[in-house]
Design a protein around this ligand. Sequence first.
Ligand code: HEC
Ligand code: HEC
Length: 290
Amino acid sequence: MGEKQVDEITGVETTGHEWDGVTELNNPMPKWWVNLFYACIAFAGVYVIFYPAIPMINDHTRGLLGYSARGEVAERIAAHSEMQSVWKDRIAAASLEEIREDPDLFNFALASGAANFALNCSQCHGSGAAGNVGGFPNLNDDDWLWGGDLESIYTTIAHGVRNEDDPDARFSMMPAYGADGLLSRAEIRDVAQYVMNFSGRATDMEAVERAAETWEYNCAACHGDDGRGDTDLGAPNLTDAIWLYGGSAEEIFNQVWNPRHGVMPPWLERLGDTTVKELAVYVHALGGGE
Ligand code: HEC
Ligand code: HEC
């Protein structure tokens, strides 16, 4: 660096840099900017002392306040459960009927039930509980496989259906009439017509007549003489327009040939009694509760 150079026109000192005769003036930064700059440095110094800041090999400096974002979340969750625990305790102590009859408990159970439903059940039953093709029942309607009163719904949710994880699971097995050779292909085709006839959709009345005996000996025990099903056995009502696996002659044939035996997981152990109660009240209130 040589002597100071001053621009002749403005009288301002230059940086000494020159490009093709153009020199750079060395104007100072504005005061406000410089002050802000120092303030930021000071702030950073204070921040480093009080808050977690500097990464180290396995850890980081923790700061005098011991703050952490995760700790804050944990605190808020704790405060939230503390707030909820009053309700949870009351729900734990109440019967399903009592929950339904107490407006405050009922509202709390509905809200919590809806949240838990979205989290645990909607994958199979759909977000609005409207069910899914392939055997996942709609829970909004008044057609129940295993019963639609509060206690029955509670039992289904708590222990599930046809799963091996829970000895109290609901269980029944429609035989595989075709796959196990119990009925011939022709007999199954006929009995499918018999099933269609419950909803007035049979296309072959002679087949319906031929299948009357097959129905009586093989199917009536579970589905009833009139095809209305039996909630003790999870045997669906075959007279309505609601089908787990489809109501066409072909789909009915397939089900009788080799039943699907839908599986519903048990929830009591995973979610606890209180949450299962809330879910039962929620499902019951969806529209079809008995
Ligand atoms: C892995 C898929 C799956 C999940 C997850 C699931 N379910 Fe199910 N659920 C089923 C199937 C399949 C059936 C029908 C079982 C049958 O064929 O009897 C069923 C049946 C039911 C029934 C009986 C319906 C009736 O008509 O009697 C209720 C009530 C029910 N589920 C509630 C729930 C609730 C509440 C949850 C969440 C805690 C849940 N389910 C989670 C698959 C599932
Ligand atoms: C041991 C009881 C039992 C017997 C016997 C039985 N079923 Fe079933 N059936 C069920 C159950 C339980 C289901 C539910 C679906 C499943 O588990 O596969 C069902 C489902 C069905 C379905 C499907 C309904 C739907 O919503 O998609 C049809 C159709 C059907 N049965 C017809 C018959 C016919 C026809 C016979 C006689 C040849 C018969 N079942 C015998 C228990 C039985």
